[in-house]
Every structure is written in structure tokens, then in C-alpha cells.
Design a protein around this ligand. Structure first.
Ligand SMILES: C[S@@+](CC[C@H](N)C(=O)[O-])C[C@H]1O[C@@H](n2cnc3c(N)ncnc32)[C@H](O)[C@@H]1O
Length: 335
């Protein structure tokens, strides 16, 4: 059975690491750990918010209570706590899969003394919210709006080549290699790989990488997990039960089923910064196509993204004429 492999940009280094490399690796490991801690501390942050609301409720006098659906308000707080717990269970499972073994002991001893930064907590909440679009039935309409135009364009520009061997051991030379930088929560990787493309995803955000790895490799049964993605936005809602406290079942697609249906599925994740990873010589003329969704506008310098993209595409598939590495290359660019 095909496996969903992943690699880290540091895997590419063959030489002995320099002092700078070692310092960078240490900083990277610290960041990796901090991201995991942030996921594990989600319910602690949410508890503060819930306690604030509870305290407000407690201060309501008996006389005032009769003008309010007080019991329901107390009950909603209870449901909110259960919802936070359900989200935390998911985050614990994601963190449990991603945490380095060498960090477990440190965490056991120091977890209570760690405090995640607000911007990290905001990323944790974003992950829970974005899971809806990528991995739920409820997200299908939005997903189709984002991904279908890309997938249809890919099928038109780069139809899957027929395998002349006509057997299951497809020749690597014949793969249609597609790079998807900034893959987010990875659903687009699965959807494109299931069409028969050899897909490589690139992402540098650990939160995204951890969650994606969990969805791709976690062996999750369809609709086996309930999350509560709307609890972080209590404003402008008509009904708490119909919106704020609405559970969403995930995943709508199990990668186990995808692998069963596509035993030759070719999909890998490469973690690291796009320019840093793909400037590597081994990637020159490596891909037939690059597809991205909400990624190009993340470029601090768009020209650099385009230059690297041109280098890593096979000359034959490129359209924009430029001279690079003494080769004439062409590229299709849709922004
Ligand atoms: C706006 S999000 C879009 C994510 C996903 N494609 C989607 O549609 O949900 C941009 C993604 O690109 C990633 N990203 C941004 N700059 C990157 C870089 N230089 N290298 C690798 N990933 C990057 C971010 O971490 C983020 O996940």
C-alpha cells in the first residue's frame, strides 16, 4: 500500500552541520515544541474566557434572573465547556502524533509553567475553524469554490499521461508531478493525488503541518470526530444551539479509504519555507505543474516566488519566456 510520506527541508543537507545550522535547528525545535504546547493549552485559554462569562452570570440578582432565560444561560455555559473539551481532545490527538519523543519528558515536568502566546492561541483556533472547509461535509460548497477551479484547470493543462507499461508499477518518469506550496490543511493534496497525479505539498506552518499529518496519517474513520468550530465567534448569531454550539463531524473523507481505492497514490509533504526548499538544485526541472490556493499573495517578493517556480518546472511545460541556467524556460502564471 502506498504511504503518505513526509520530509523536512533539513533532510536535504548532506554535509556536516555548521554552528549556524545547529543554532537554527535548536530554534526550530523550540518553535516545534511551542506550537505543540499551544495546542495542548487551548482549553486553559478558553477556560479564562468561560469563567469571565460565568462570573457575569453569577452577579445577576434573583430579581433580575426572572427577566432572563437564566437556566438556559447556565446550561449553555455547560455545553460550551463540553464543546471546548471536544476540541481539546482533537488537539491533544494532533499534538500526541506530532510531539518529539524527547520533548515528552520536558512537557510532563514543565507543562503547568508554560504559557503560550496569544498569537499562537489564535492560530490554534484558526486550525479548528479551517478544518470545516477542508475536512467536513459542511465545508464542501466552499471547498468546491476554492479547489474545483484549480483542479479543473490542472486537468485541462496537464492531463494524466497514459502509463505505457500499463501495469500498477508506474514508471516514475511518467508521473505527472504537481507541487502544491502552502497546502494548509492538505485536503487539496489528497483530492489531486486521488486523480492520479504525483503530488508534493509544501508548508512551513507547524500548526498546519501537525493537523494535516493527523488527517493524512491518523487512520481516521469517516465522521468519527465531533468538533465545535464556531464557539470562538459568539457575536452576530441568531441562535446558540443552531450556530455557536453546532457540532461538525469530521473527517468527511478517510485517507484510509482513499488509499484503498488508489493503492498507488503518490503524495508527500515537504515541510519548510518555499524559497528555501525549492532553491535546492535537486528540484531543478522537477515538476510538471505548480498549483496553489491563497498562497501566491503570501510572497514578500513575488518575483522570487516566480523565479523559483520557473526553475523547478520542466521546461516543456512552461510558457513565459525567460533565460535561466542557460536554458530557455516558459511558465504559465495565473495570479
Ligand atoms: C492563506 S493560507 C492558504 C492555505 C491553503 N492553501 C488554503 O487554501 O486553505 C497560506 C498558506 O501558505 C503557507 N505559507 C505562506 N508562506 C509560505 C512559505 N514561504 N513557504 C511555505 N508555506 C508558506 C502558510 O503557512 C499558509 O498555510
Amino acid at each position: 500500500m502506498a504511504s503518505l510520506s513526509s520530509s523536512n527541508e533539513s533532510n536535504n543537507k548532506n554535509e556536516a552541520p555548521s554552528e549556524d545550522d545547529i543554532l537554527n535547528d535548536e530554534a526550530e525545535e523550540r518553535h516545534h515544541l511551542e506550537c505543540n504546547i499551544a495546542m495542548l493549552q487551548y482549553s486553559i485559554f478558553m477556560k479564562t474566557e468561560i469563567e469571565r462569562r460565568e462570573n457575569h452570570l453569577k452577579q445577576i440578582s434573583n430579581v433580575q434572573k426572572q427577566y432572563l432565560p437564566y437556566e438556559k444561560m447556565i446550561n449553555d455555559i455547560k455545553k460550551l465547556k463540553q464543546a471546548v473539551h471536544a476540541n481539546q481532545v482533537l488537539l491533544n490527538n494532533i499534538a500526541d502524533d506530532s510531539i518529539y519523543d524527547k520533548h515528552r519528558e520536558y512537557l510532563n515536568a514543565n507543562f503547568v509553567r508554560c504559557t503560550s502566546k496569544p498569537h499562537q492561541m489564535s492560530k490554534v483556533k484558526t486550525i479548528i475553524e479551517q478544518i470545516v472547509r477542508d475536512w467536513s461535509k459542511e465545508g464542501e460548497v466552499e471547498r468546491n469554490e476554492c479547489y474545483l477551479p484549480i483542479i479543473n484547470e490542472l486537468k485541462k493543462r496537464l492531463p494524466i499521461r497514459n502509463n505505457t507499461n500499463n501495469d500498477n508499477n508506474s514508471n516514475v518518469e511518467e508521473d505527472c508531478r504537481v507541487l502544491i506550496p502552502g497546502f494548509g490543511l492538505a485536503r487539496i493534496l489528497v483530492d489531486i493525488a486521488a486523480l492520479g497525479y504525483a503530488v508534493e505539498g509544501n508548508e512551513f506552518d507547524y500548526f498546519m503541518i501537525f493537523a494535516s499529518t493527523y488527517f493524512l496519517n491518523g487512520g481516521l474513520a469517516p465522521y468519527s470526530i465531533d468538533i465545535f468550530p464556531y464557539i470562538h465567534s459568539p457575536c452576530n448569531i441568531l441562535s446558540k444551539d443552531a450556530h455557536l454550539l453546532k457540532p461538525v463531524k469530521i473527517p468527511d473523507l478517510s485517507t484510509i479509504d482513499v488509499l484503498k481505492e488508489n493503492p498507488n497514490l503518490k503524495m508527500r509533504m515537504c515541510s519548510g519555507e518555499f524559497l528555501h526548499v525549492y532553491r535546492n538544485k535537486e528540484y531543478i526541472e522537477h515538476f510538471d505543474c505548480i498549483t496553489t490556493c491563497f498562497f501566491v499573495d503570501t510572497a514578500p517578493n513575488i518575483i522570487e516566488y516566480i523565479q523559483v517556480s520557473i526553475c523547478i518546472l520542466y521546461a516543456i511545460h512552461t510558457l513565459l519566456r525567460i533565460v535561466l541556467y542557460n536554458t530557455v524556460l516558459y511558465i504559465y502564471i495565473y495570479i
